[in-house]
Design a protein around this ligand. Structure first.
Ligand SMILES: O=C(O)C(=O)C[C@]1(C(=O)O)C=C[C@@H](O)C=C1
Length: 111
């Protein structure tokens, strides 16, 4: 048996708990990072709504996807997954931008 492998069910359980602590920390960091990203995209949405800019920017998205796919490969992460994750987040951002634009229009033209 490899010396770093747990040699009993108890040792395996201790190792699982230790690994889960790191997974918990990473999940917390991801939530914090996503919250920060959405704070910034909210600012972008307000800017776009104020100046009548389109909610989505497909060129920017394509450039980001190419960049993130490269970073994923370098980091040994599946580039398909990186692209899916980005598209999932951006779809939500665009939904917020459209909502912000509609609310801005309502404020400008009340019934
Ligand atoms: O950079 C922008 O213009 C944004 O609105 C942000 C963002 C993103 O979340 O990365 C979202 C929508 C656009 O299609 C492109 C990028």
């Amino acid at each position: 048996m490899c010396p770093t492998e747990p040699d009993s069910a108890e040792a395996a359980w201790q190792k699982l708990l230790r690994i889960r602590q790191s997974i918990d920390n990473i999940d917390a960091a991801l939530v914090h990072l996503l919250a920060e990203r959405f704070k910034f995209t909210q600012e972008v949405g307000e800017l776009k709504a104020e100046f009548g800019l389109p909610a989505s920017d497909p060129d920017r998205e394509h450039r980001q996807i190419a960049r993130l796919r490269e970073l994923a490969v370098e980091s040994n992460l599946d580039p398909e997954f990186a692209e899916k994750w980005f598209n999932f987040v951006v779809t939500e951002v665009i939904r917020h931008h459209i909502q912000a634009g509609a609310e801005g229009e309502e404020r400008e033209a009340p019934l």
